[in-house]
Ligand binder design. Structure first.
Ligand SMILES: [Zn+2]
Length: 207
């Protein structure tokens, strides 16, 4: 969000609706739900929903590759696994536009380049703040780290609950979906993968 004016300009060029149009769409959905958007309790709701969307979908305005390219450091000699676990995940499913809430675990084996751990979390966040499916998000995080850091291996595991399954449809309140993407040594070397899985305490050892 470093240059909001440029971002808004870009969105308008691609046919992004105005804020007023977005608020009107929320009023339509309120009527569709069966309520009256002109009653007092709902008057401020379209504005609040549209502002919430600015936060939920802030990831469209950021480029995760650029984010990492600006910040990696060349570090000779450190060749042990770097691992960040239990990163809070808040995303939205692209099929129902309801929350996906869970955890992301990221590990990599550096080959000269490392990034600050906060940047690992930021890459996950940028992809999460878009309409997503969990499988694609898992692959995007791993592929971006692989592309920019060129490590000897990357592992990404996401465990998440999908509100489209827990609060509607089949109503399976205790179901968690686990997805993983393993590249390089995380894919080819069983010891590397086992080390990663054991540190994150993965519920599945075979992924
Ligand atoms: Zn869904």
């Amino acid at each position: 969000m470093s240059n909001p004016a440029a971002i808004i300009g870009q969105a308008e060029a691609s046919g992004r609706p105005s804020r007023e149009e977005a608020e009107e769409a929320v009023r339509t959905l309120i009527r569709w739900a069966g309520d009256d958007p002109t009653r007092e309790g709902l008057l401020g709701t379209p504005d609040r929903v549209v502002r919430s969307y600015d936060e939920f979908f802030a990831g469209y305005a950021e480029d995760p590759v650029a984010l990492l390219e600006r910040t990696f450091e060349e570090v000779e000699g450190y060749d042990e696994m770097v691992l960040l676990r239990d990163i809070r995940l808040e995303s939205h499913c692209e099929h129902h536009m309801v929350p996906i809430i869970g955890k992301v675990h990221i590990g990599y084996l550096p080959d000269r380049r490392v990034v600050g751990i906060s940047k690992l979390a930021r890459v996950a966040e940028v992809y999460a703040k878009r309409l997503q499916i969990q499988e694609k998000m898992t692959a995007q995080i791993a592929n971006t780290l692989d592309e920019v850091l060129r490590p000897r291996g990357v592992g990404v595991v996401i465990e998440a609950a999908h509100q489209c399954m827990t609060t509607r449809g089949v109503h399976k309140s205790d179901v968690t979906m686990v997805t993983s993407r393993m590249l390089g040594a995380f894919r080819d070397d069983p010891r590397t993968r086992a080390e990663f899985m054991s540190v994150i305490g993965s519920p599945v050892s075979h992924v």
